[in-house]
Design a binder for this molecule. Structure first.
Ligand code: XMP
Ligand code: MG
Length: 187
């Protein structure tokens, strides 16, 4: 779905599909370079966080020129639909044992940081060789807990965004661009 298809629901298109793809390619070159240094023979394990990270995972994994494995977690942070609370519950756990593995968490967005900081600690407790974070989007003004991010696509303003996997009430995930939702949609 293109921005024109939902023009009235959008306040502003922040990132076009093309811009996103160009940035993901740049991130992949960085990930490959680091992988070449750190590699121990086992493929890098990409851990996608459902459901928002589906698009970034699909594009990142296919752009990478190194072998990877993919696994998925689903977590819910209790709170309203536009704010997370930091109380995190696992809805779907990984199928993969992490002992000794190099793990790269693939996220759509780092907002307050509450979800990701919990996730990093949770995965670290399983004995991996390393846990790193790749997030397409980050809202520097919204940060409540510091999270070390090794790969960040874009720093964006503190507004609720949708598209490229990100939803409002499960809608707009299939929008190709990332856009700011118009306030009339949720007010
Ligand atoms: P925190 O605040 O814990 O948020 O860093 C992480 C999760 O909250 C969701 N989130 C958003 N989803 N537009 C969305 O569609 C947004 O602007 C937004 N901000 C946070 C998202 O699931 C993220 O993983
Ligand atoms: Mg998410």
């Amino acid at each position: 779905m293109d921005s024109d298809d939902v023009r009235g629901d959008l306040a502003e298109v922040l990132l076009t599909e093309q811009r996103i793809h160009e940035r993901i390619a740049e991130l992949c070159r960085e990930i490959e370079a680091r992988d070449a240094e750190a590699s121990d023979g086992t493929p890098l394990l990409l851990v996608g966080v459902l459901k928002g990270a589906v698009m970034v995972m699909a594009d990142l994994a296919r752009e990478l020129r190194i072998p990877v494995q993919m696994d998925w977690m689903a977590v819910s942070s209790y709170g309203s639909s536009t704010r997370s609370s930091g109380v995190v519950r696992i809805l779907k756990d990984l199928d993969t044992e992490l002992a000794g593995r190099r793990v790269l968490i693939v996220e759509d967005i780092l907002d307050s940081g509450l979800t990701l900081s919990w996730l990093v600690e949770n995965l670290r407790s399983r004995g991996p060789a390393s846990v790193e974070v790749c997030t397409l989007l980050r809202k520097p003004e919204a940060v409540k807990i510091r999270v070390d991010v090794q790969y960040c696509g874009f720093d964006i303003p503190n507004a609720f965004v949708i598209g490229y996997g990100l939803d409002y009430a499960e809608r707009y995930r299939n929008l190709r661009d990332v856009a700011v939702l118009a306030p009339h949609v949720y007010q």
